[in-house]
Design a binder for this molecule. Structure first.
Ligand code: ZN
Length: 487
């Protein structure tokens, strides 16, 4: 008999320090057959799972809803609840099913819900009953007891920057198949770590975090390994469960799950001082950019739309204008009123506008600039992973040697396509600002002479002590002194 596997996706990484709420209309939503068509052949978790299911034979993928939004502020309550209830209703509509794969981020939060994925998984478990349920997660997930209890197996990413979306979907799907054929009996161990981590040592290819991940991969590859990961939380999702965790799932082997989880957790805790960001003050960064030949990339992690910030920071722009920086520079910014003014004025027109601070207005004050409108666009493009991006109406404007990509809505400014789609080739510039703490390295390391993580204000600053934490686990490293060892 054909095995029916329900598939759903819900993803948004919430930065609770970003005051600009996220709405239902910000989500890219695919339903039913469109869901499969949209993801098949992409480099996503869903595509990885589809391919494993197809290879296994006699499996019917039962699509429900895939909804994801660019990282951002908390989801407005009514919109948040509508998303969950639509997915739950779609799940009810396709009963009976034999198993379910949920593709989640894990660090989503509503205005009034700090554990979106825990709630969704619990409700889905209630609807589907006692059948195998596996979820894949970003390693920046906020891991909660509800999530662990509701799912049979949780499968987190193993790379940062994240390049294993597809493989994570495959790992999740293979676990689901083992639950279906009865060869997997999950035994789970979790070790909680009161620490928040940032910085270069998190890069899994080169940093200490990579060593911890390789320990997890060895556990997965071992005889009783099913899934293993270090889930470090998203430091900007200030909810009660925010901290780091090691999560190990073995096959009917609780002792090794516990032993390995503790071993990897001790490694993370022992190295905690290393997991801090080294940031360069803006004036020093500008000086370095002036003196460097070839492409310089400024990482504006503090206003990283990839981390959930508003994307409307003009801090680096102001610094460059004040310094009289004359090299060719490319800066992205979210500013709907400036886009509207550019569309009103038309291509080639010169306009004087207040720029920046339209969304995170408590942190950024508009700066008045006179700009020339270079080109106007509908804002649709394709990211490197094959999925669609939508910046809303989009304008390219210039002031002096500075070109600005101005979008109505936040987009990921991690790769190069977001610029190339609008006629801007990063390699043509001396300085490019990206809104990403580390993910951009995948696309820029090979073309950059110098990468500078700049210390500027923002709701996703790697300078964690600059942020107004109120809800996360306390005491926690590095916010508090002398945090007791969890061992
Ligand atoms: Zn992530």
């Amino acid at each position: 008999m054909t095995t029916r596997i329900l598939v759903a996706e819900l993803k948004q990484e919430t930065a609770t320090f970003n005051p600009a709420l996220t709405y239902y209309s910000d989500f890219r939503i695919y339903r039913d057959a469109d869901l499969i068509a949209a993801y098949q052949g992409t480099k996503t978790e869903l595509a990885g799972a589809f391919d494993v299911f197809a290879a296994a034979g006699d499996i019917e993928v039962v699509p429900t809803i895939a909804a994801d939004a660019v990282s951002g502020g908390p989801i407005a309550t009514a919109d948040h609840d509508r998303l969950l209830s639509e997915i739950e209703a779609a799940a009810k509509d396709c009963l009976p099913v034999d198993a379910a794969y949920l593709c989640l981020h894990g660090a989503m939060a509503g205005e009034a819900e700090g554990d979106t994925e825990g709630r969704l998984l619990t409700n889905i478990r209630e609807i589907l009953g006692d059948i195998p349920i596996v979820a894949s997660l970003d390693l920046h997930c906020i891991l909660t007891e509800r999530m662990i209890n509701a799912a049979d197996i949780l499968v987190p990413y193993h790379t940062y920057p994240h390049t294993d979306h597809y493989e994570t979907g495959q790992r999740a799907a293979r676990n689901l198949l083992r639950l279906l054929d009865g060869t997997a009996k999950p035994t789970v161990a979790r070790v909680e770590l009161p620490m928040l981590v940032r910085g270069d040592e998190l890069l899994t290819a080169t940093g200490r975090f990579g060593e911890a991940i390789r320990m997890c991969q060895a556990v997965e590859a071992s005889e009783t390994g099913l899934a293993a990961g270090v889930i470090i939380g998203n430091a900007f999702t200030d909810v009660p469960a925010l901290q780091s965790n090691v999560l190990i799932t073995t096959n009917d082997d609780p002792d090794s799950a516990q032993r390995e989880a503790e071993r990897i957790a001790r490694f993370m805790w022992h190295n905690r001082e290393r997991f801090q960001a080294q940031l360069t003050p803006l004036d020093a960064a500008i000086q370095q950019a002036s003196e460097t030949d070839g492409l310089v990339v400024f990482s504006d992690a503090a206003d990283a739309t990839a981390s959930g910030a508003a994307g409307d920071s003009n801090a680096i722009l102001k610094g460059l204008l004040d310094a009289g920086f004359a090299k060719q520079t490319l800066i992205p910014i979210v500013d709907a009123p400036v886009v509207a003014a550019a569309f009103d004025a038309g291509v080639s027109a010169e306009i004087t506008v207040p720029l920046g601070g339209t969304r995170d207005f408590t942190r950024f004050e508009p700066v008045t600039v006179t700009v020339r409108v270079r080109s106007l666009h509908d804002g649709q493009f394709i990211y490197e992973n094959g999925t669609t991006g939508n910046g809303g109406r989009t304008a390219v404007i210039t002031t002096g040697s500075i070109s600005l990509l101005v979008t109505e809505r936040p987009v990921y400014v991690v790769g190069r396509r977001v610029f190339q789609a609008f006629g801007l080739e990063p390699q043509d510039f001396d300085l490019v600002v990206v809104k990403s703490p580390n993910g951009f390295r995948t696309w820029y390391e090979s073309i950059a002479s110098l990468i500078v993580p700049v210390d500027v204000p923002g709701s996703t600053s790697a300078n964690l002590k600059s942020l107004p934490f109120k809800n996360c686990v306390r005491p926690i490293f590095p916010l508090d002194e002398n945090v007791p060892s969890p061992f």
